[in-house]
Design a binder for this molecule. Structure first.
Ligand code: PLP
Length: 444
């Protein structure tokens, strides 16, 4: 007899947790801007038997036999990445965004070399030189910031580059609501002979869909995760541009060597197959509509939040995400907004704001975005409701203050969570969110 529900029968504990997570997603709004809902086709490829195969090396140059079909899968993924982004080189093997970025360091720098990136608390990523990440531990890291208006401080970046002559510069971030200045950063990198890497982890889907300018003409290297706006499986790509190959004709070979054997062992072939499927989907005309709708939704949501009295970093957004500055309510209150909204069925994350007077663990803002809810088919009309609900829930925490004494904070947050769970407004919004969600079902 064929077993139709193998997981349910073999491991009911895990099966039930997956079902519970499915229900959580169906009944709530996923608004963490680095998340999305993949298609069933992507999930099927990801859950396929390709996971069993060892294939260290690259297509047609493997250390193991039996890779004739795996080679074709990886060839297809590479060809689609090159075509989709318009680049001459792609590596599809990085396990995720962090190892992809590590490979860029290995290919372009020696340990101890100077690198420059956007500061974490100003929206940058850990891997762009933050002190607790490999990138700040093994390299001499210089960080640029955003100005008080929320835009990248190009004058500072130019000055720091001249002064410190970094080997590698990063442009790209995890919490930056504006268009990235690829052209200007390209000029800065060229003026000091540095490699410029664009990390478009968050916005690669928007770039593919034509809803954000492409970095290709201005940078040497591009990295991206595949699970954010690109709407694929967890994973990453590293690409080299024509400009990059002109600077160093060996750049592609160096990037390949950095990924394997530099950093990784056998590629995750099921993941490679799912990336190929996601890239195929992202090259369809419908994906252009999706990418543009993500941005239209974000703009509509940002406007509604501001109309309802909330302050946004840089007063709006050009992309899929926005940062709410909660300092008018209090310092370090992001955690309360996150918890209250989560209980109301709206999932987003606490986040630092530029020059945050508090700390990354108790930051003064929240970060939210529209990639996942747009994948469900929601449009501007829904954004108006959601924006109003968010403002209403945030209003409920306006008198909550983070204790000054650090040791009192965990217990205070716990007590707050219990109390806010009983809040009438939170319950009301949760019901409205659930009702809205029934009209926008997920594919699974
Ligand atoms: C998400 C992200 C990454 C890292 O991705 P992981 O897959 O979580 O390792 C790298 N860079 C930026 C800018 C990101 O937003």
């Amino acid at each position: 007899m064929i077993n139709k529900n193998p997981l349910q029968q073999a491991d009911p504990s895990i099966f039930e947790l997956v079902e519970a997570e499915k229900k959580r997603r169906q009944e709530g709004l996923e608004m963490i801007p680095s998340e999305n809902h993949t298609s069933l086709a992507v999930l099927e490829a990801l859950g396929s038997l390709l996971t069993d195969k060892y294939s260290e090396g690259y297509p047609h140059k493997r250390y193991y036999g039996g890779n004739e079909f795996i080679d074709k899968v990886e060839d297809l993924a590479i060809a689609r990445a090159k075509e989709a982004f318009g680049v001459p080189f792609a590596n599809v093997q990085p396990y995720s965004g962090t190892p992809a970025n590590f490979a860029v360091y290995l290919a372009t720098c020696k340990a101890g070399d100077t690198i420059m990136g956007q500061n974490l608390l100003d929206g940058g990523h850990l891997t762009h030189g933050w002190k607790t990440s490999f990138s700040g531990i093994f390299y001499n890291s210089v960080q640029y910031h955003v100005k008080p208006d929320g835009y990248i401080d190009l004058d500072e970046a130019r000055k720091l580059a001249q002064e410190h002559k970094p080997k590698l510069i990063w442009v790209g971030a995890s919490a930056y609501p504006r268009e990235f200045p690829f052209k200007e950063m390209g000029e800065i990198a060229d003026s000091v002979g540095a490699f410029l890497a664009a990390d478009i982890a968050h916005i690669s889907g928007l770039v593919l869909g034509g809803a954000h300018a492409s970095p290709v003409p201005f940078v040497h290297i591009i990295t991206t995760t595949t699970h954010k706006t690109l709407r694929g499986p967890r994973g990453a790509l590293i690409m080299a541009t024509e400009k990059g190959l002109q600077k160093d004709p060996e750049l592609g070979a160096k990037l390949d060597k950095a990924v394997f054997p530099g950093l990784q062992g056998g590629p995750h072939n099921h993941q490679t197959a799912a990336i190929a499927v996601a890239l195929g989907e992202a090259m369809k005309p419908e994906f252009k509509d999706y990418a543009h709708q993500v941005v239209k939704n974000a703009k509509a949501l940002a406007q509604t939040l501001m109309d309802n009295g909330l302050k946004l970093v840089s007063s709006g957004t050009d992309n899929h995400l926005m940062l709410v500055d909660l300092t008018p309510l209090g310092i370090g209150v992001g955690v309360f907004a996150e918890k209250a909204l989560d209980l109301a069925g709206i999932t987003l994350n606490k986040n630092t704001i530029p020059s945050d007077p508090s700390s990354p663990f108790y930051p003064s803002g929240i970060r939210l975005g529209t990639p996942a809810i747009t994948s469900r088919g929601m449009k501007e009309e829904e954004m108006k409701h959601i924006g109003k609900w968010i403002a209403e829930v945030v209003e409920e925490i306006k008198d909550v203050k983070l204790p000054e004494a650090k040791e009192e904070r965990p217990a205070f947050v716990k007590e707050f969570s219990q109390k806010i769970a009983e809040n009438q407004k939170v319950k009301e919004v949760k019901d409205k969110v659930r009702e809205l969600c029934t009209k926008f079902p997920l594919p699974y």
